[in-house]
Design a protein around this ligand. Structure first.
Ligand code: NAD
Length: 517
């Protein structure tokens, strides 16, 4: 079968009334199914346990979106054993057939797009466009990694050696544990899981306890695509109980994690310990936090820069690892920039995700407390120019906060807050802006607004981030076009959505045959 070249999934245009209507109808339909309980699924078998995890609607905090039987240490053993047994079959399924499951799943997700968006709007508090972009990215990952597997299954280039027939093949690793975050609850979960699966591994997926329904939807989609039971095992549970046990299991070959720096470090340490009976060093793919900067130079269109900073800082309430949490602004344009930024942010109304407000809630009570705590810290470290207060009572709403005159070493300039809080830092010149931008332990995304080509060249060489953008926002990486991943404490630079990614889930085997007459 001829496979068309990869193309990014089109985003839904919600300025068209028909699309808005479809999204609202999907919300109405999904609303009727809120509050149901779902089982753990291991090897296709549904399992009930004593306790449950509930996911709540952050726009309406009493409303249960879905309940899940909570996995315990006992199910960890069953899940890993099941995945391990299945691996012996799945690794021998041809790459073309494995890729085909992903292509089928992409088509199913495309068909169910408005429904997937609706679940995400309820469970994660994304507005329509943010949810739609998340689902589109998941579809892209399926389509992209399917094609990537086909590429890796072809003959690999190696230097000919006289008298020998040599071949390099990529084979899977084994059982992988996939631990995604809640903030791209579908895209990242689907990307990490599908990459592992298409490479020939079997997976135990532990979804985030804030957004388990998105994992459940992925399972349903893969089942509908005909994926054999046991290749993808679904095990909701607490990070501390199920997560630790999974990560330290001797039969687990690799861990694919995306989340906070603290949990990433913990997983890396735990996975490094060789357990009794373990015959490999575990591979850890860990994509972690960010403290991302946008540099606003004096030689730029300030109105454009203000728009870019506002979109990067406050899209999905600043809950993106790529979000701009520091604007580093040249002193000559500082005042003008603040005025224009405030105008942009004043337009951002706060309200329920289902009503499609530009700014929705933060994910849960802990996040709300944490963000409000940092806003208090920020009041002492700078001047609150806008927002920073709680809005309404039903959900975890916080008006987007801009804190100005922040010193580069201040806490709100150094620590990841992961919410709608922007620190604005005044700099003397472009060189100082670069120094400030490089002064954190993270290195995920960054952007520079300037029309000066020499400054862009300098930024190319000196800014130490995995994803560097010029004259545009620092969020919204596209699969294929912007392979994504960061340096230092932002992670292992896996470059998700890029051509190196699948290699993280495979190992190379060289086969050399001497020619005999
Ligand atoms: P988190 O670290 O709290 O949780 C991530 C996942 O780890 C969840 O599924 C959680 O249940 C699980 N977990 C928690 N403790 C565990 C343990 N002891 N063992 C195993 N698993 C455990 O992060 P979060 O709040 O879900 O996500 C937000 C964070 O993710 C932010 O720091 C953000 O910057 C980061 N993030 C990074 C990227 C990237 O590509 N670099 C992308 C998205 C999010």
């Amino acid at each position: 079968m001829k496979i068309k070249p990869f193309k990014n999934e089109k985003l839904t245009d919600y300025s068209k009334k028909a699309n808005l209507v479809k999204q609202k109808q999907a919300l109405d339909k999904v609303r009727k199914n809120l509050g149901e309980t779902y089982e753990i699924v291991i090897g296709g078998k549904k399992i009930k346990t004593v306790n449950k995890i509930h996911s709540y609607n952050p726009s309406n905090k009493e409303e249960i979106v879905a309940s899940f039987y909570k996995g315990t240490a006992a199910q960890v053993d069953i899940a890993v054993e099941t995945a391990n047994k299945k691996f012996n079959e799945w690794k021998n399924v041809s790459p073309a057939l494995r890729a085909n499951y992903l292509f089928k799943a992409a088509n199913i997700a495309r068909r169910r797009k408005f429904e997937i968006n609706a679940w995400m709007i309820f469970e994660a508090g994304k507005n329509f466009a943010e949810a739609d972009a998340d689902t589109a990215e998941a579809i892209d990952f399926l389509d992209f990694y399917g094609r990537e597997m086909l590429r890796y299954s072809q003959e690999q280039p190696i230097t000919p050696v006289l008298g020998e027939k040599n071949e390099l093949v990529y084979i899977p690793l084994g059982v992988g544990v996939v631990i995604p975050p809640w903030n791209f609850p579908f895209a990242i979960l689907v990307g990490m899981s599908s990459a592992a699966i298409v490479s020939g591994n079997t997976v135990v997926l532990k979804p985030s306890s804030d957004t388990p329904m998105m994992g459940r939807l992925f399972l349903e989609i893969m089942q509908e695509a005909g994926l054999p039971d046991g290749v993808l095992n679904f095990l909701p549970g607490s990070g501390a109980e199920v997560g630790d046990k999974l990560v330290s299991h001797p039969k687990v070959r690799f861990i694919s994690f995306t989340g906070s720096m603290e949990v990433g470090i913990h997983i890396n340490e735990l996975a490094a310990k060789v357990q009794p009976g373990q015959i490999w060093l575990k591979r850890v793919i860990a994509e972690m936090g960010g403290k991302d900067s946008i540099i606003v130079d004096k030689e730029t269109n300030i109105a454009d820069a203000a728009k870019g900073v506002a979109a990067s800082a406050f899209g999905f309430q600043g809950q993106k690892c790529s979000a701009c949490s520091r604007a580093i602004v040249d002193q000559y344009v500082y005042k003008d920039f603040l005025r224009k930024l405030k105008m942009e942010v004043d337009k951002l109304k706060v309200g329920p995700a289902e009503k499609n407000y530009p700014i929705g809630p933060v994910i849960n009570l802990n996040a709300e407390k944490n963000v409000l705590h940092y806003i208090n810290v920020g009041r002492k470290e700078g001047n609150l120019l806008a927002g920073g207060y709680k809005v309404g009572r039903n959900g975890y709403y916080i008006a987007p906060a801009i804190i100005t005159d922040v010193k580069p070493a201040a806490r709100i300039s150094q620590e990841e807050i992961f919410g709608p809080v922007l620190a604005v830092i005044k700099s003397r010149n472009f060189d100082e802006s670069i120094k400030i931008a490089n002064n954190t332990k993270f290195g995920l995304t960054g952007s520079v607004y300037t029309t000066n080509k020499k400054k862009l060249e300098k930024a190319k060489k000196e800014l130490f981030v995995g994803n560097l953008y010029f004259n545009r926002k620092c969020t919204g990486a596209m699969v294929g076009g912007h392979p994504f991943g960061g340096f230092n404490m932002s992670g292992t630079d896996s470059k998700a959505g890029g051509r190196d990614y699948l290699l993280l889930f495979m190992q190379g085997k060289l086969i050399s045959e001497k020619n005999i007459e």
